[in-house]
Design a protein around this ligand. Structure first.
Ligand code: FAD
Length: 497
């Protein structure tokens, strides 16, 4: 491949939820983005997925939550871990302490529209088939032979990622051991009859449920063992047969809304970055859908990566900033993979896992245990390692009231934010990247907090020099010329947009 003129700053392979979210995050910083999507039409496969607390927070932070709420159904956040029926603990640490059930195509459409509104270009019917990188950029080859050039490429092209394979990045883990059918359909018998039967079966078989999902529909989950043709999508008859085998009746199921089949393969990319090419979403990690975390994890990858890659493109990124994407997100995905492994074990009908499940069910009566598991699955418990400091350091700050309204409303433009209760600090040299809110009247019990554009707490304190150090660490050289310690930087060395 020969080098060509750079026409885009970033090319994204794949316009699923991760790719669309990343495109929008990059556009907040005027990065020239092209999204290449292999499918000519958006997906019409109407699977309802769960958006969890941290993703709902991110939607609120980017002004998208109201649109999502109009198309989804709010449900209590309990019963998430291995479907153990325990209600959520009271007073979860989020202003959005619920689960939103929403069709995945709706999420994809809203995120794509959001990215396009912000100026991203999306080209459908374009499959990435080759790549070559050099010191200045990446040449991307499409399946039809067309070549495009960009400074960076991000593979958001799903679990079978072409970009990951072209990079030769390892994807270690376990292949699928079991397969499961999942779908949504209507039933032909009364709810009471179903409830009694389901309780009886679930006492020993946890890879099974049949539960009301609103508007007359039921969510159905059954093992796929014996459903032979793995290449073909499952049919309603497959569900009927499996239900009869497990429950002795097919409950008169009819009028399916969507039917799918999934395995429990669990894999994590060895590296999220190889030079100018990065991976995000399912391209970087796959795991069983138990707990409904995959899409959430991908959207959260995108918000972590977006501002860092934008900083790199715009020229103000501190040297190691882009590598913090792998350092922060790889362990989070490893933890999600682990919790899905644990949950999958707890669904087994074997006596050992069933005993562990009973024990865990007892333990979840302890509020702290229940809270820990919910915070894990919904990702509000994520804490990045920013070094020693108070517990809040590295965590996301929940949405709180500030004098000007809601905190998340102030993060909409994807900039840093200094919440300053002392009224005597300044982020002046970084005012092109960081907003400063003096006297926020916020319910904070610390004097001053520096938030990154993804809402994570980058610094807590009340000392200007210490703050300058941290502004430098996360936001690079100041535009007006201060380095840590108040040293003035020569004009030629200052960052200018
Ligand atoms: C039954 C089931 C239930 C689930 N429920 C939930 C849930 O409740 N909550 C949750 O968070 N997650 C859930 N998930 C997981 C979720 O669907 C995925 O994690 C999510 O779709 C990943 O998004 P992504 O954008 O990373 O990848 P994808 O959605 O796979 O998107 C990748 C995109 O890249 C495109 N593409 C592929 N190759 C190329 C190429 N070479 N060039 C250009 N484009 C390409 C594809 O066409 C696709 O549009 C569930 C999954 C299953 C199977």
């Amino acid at each position: 491949m020969h080098s060509q003129q750079v026409t885009f700053d970033v090319i994204i392979a794949g316009c699923g939820p991760t790719g669309a979210m990343l495109a929008a995050e990059l556009r907040l910083h005027d990065v020239r983005v092209l999204v290449l999507e292999k499918e000519t039409e958006p997906s019409s496969f109407v699977r309802i997925v769960a958006l969890h607390m941290r993703s709902l927070e991110l939607m609120a932070m980017r002004g998208l939550l109201d649109r999502m709420l109009r198309h989804g159904r709010q449900r209590p956040a309990g019963g998430l871990f291995a479907a153990i029926p325990r209600p959520a603990p009271r007073s979860l640490d989020s202003a959005y302490a619920y689960l939103l059930g929403i069709p995945q195509p709706v999420i994809e459409r809203l995120l794509e529209e959001h990215a396009i509104d912000l100026g991203a270009q999306v080209r459908r019917g374009c499959a990435v088939a080759g790549l070559e990188q050099d010191d200045e950029g990446v040449t991307v080859e499409l399946a039809d032979g067309e070549r495009l050039r960009s400074r960076y490429l991000v593979g958001c092209d799903g679990g079978r990622s072409t970009v990951r394979k072209l990079l030769g990045v390892g994807f270690p883990g376990e292949p699928a051991r079991t397969e499961t059918l999942m779908g949504e359909m209507e039933v032909g018998v009364p709810q009471e009859e179903i409830a009694a039967k389901v309780t009886e079966i679930r006492a020993t078989q946890h890879r099974f449920w049949l539960r009301p999902f609103g508007e007359g529909a039921y969510s159905v989950l059954v093992p796929a063992e014996g459903v032979s043709d793995r290449a073909e999508p499952p049919t309603l008859e497959d569900f009927r047969r499996q239900l009869r085998a497990i429950a002795g009746t097919d409950f008169g199921v009819h009028s399916p809304r969507w039917l799918s089949r999934f395995g429990d393969a669990t894999r994590l990319a060895e590296r999220y970055r190889a030079g100018r090419v990065l991976l995000a979403g399912d391209a970087a990690h796959i795991h069983p859908p138990i707990g409904g975390q995959g899409l959430n994890l991908g959207v959260q990858d995108a918000v972590n990566l977006g501002w860092k890659l934008a900083a790199q493109v715009r020229g103000w990124a501190p040297e190691t900033l882009l590598d913090t994407y792998h350092a922060e997100r790889h362990p989070v995905a490893a933890d999600v993979l682990d919790n899905t492994r644990a949950q999958t074990e707890l669904l087994s009908a074997e006596p050992g896992p069933q005993a562990v499940r009973r024990l865990l069910t007892e333990l979840m009566d302890f509020d702290e245990v229940n809270r820990h598991l919910i915070e894990k699955i919904t990702a509000i418990g994520v804490r990045y390692d920013f070094g020693d400091g108070p517990d809040l350091l590295g965590r996301r700050l929940r949405d709180i009231d500030v004098r000007q309204g809601r905190l998340y409303g102030l993060l909409r433009r994807g900039r840093g934010l200094l919440l300053d209760r002392t009224g005597r600090l300044t982020a002046g040299g970084w005012s092109d990247r960081v907003d400063h809110l003096a006297d926020p009247a916020a319910e904070l019990d610390v004097p001053c907090v520096l938030l990154r554009p993804d809402g994570h707490v980058a610094w807590i304190g009340d000392d200007q020099r210490d703050l300058d150090d941290h502004l430098f660490r996360w936001f690079g050289r100041s535009a007006t010329g201060t380095r840590p310690g108040g040293e003035v930087v020569p004009v030629s060395d200052r960052w200018s947009p």
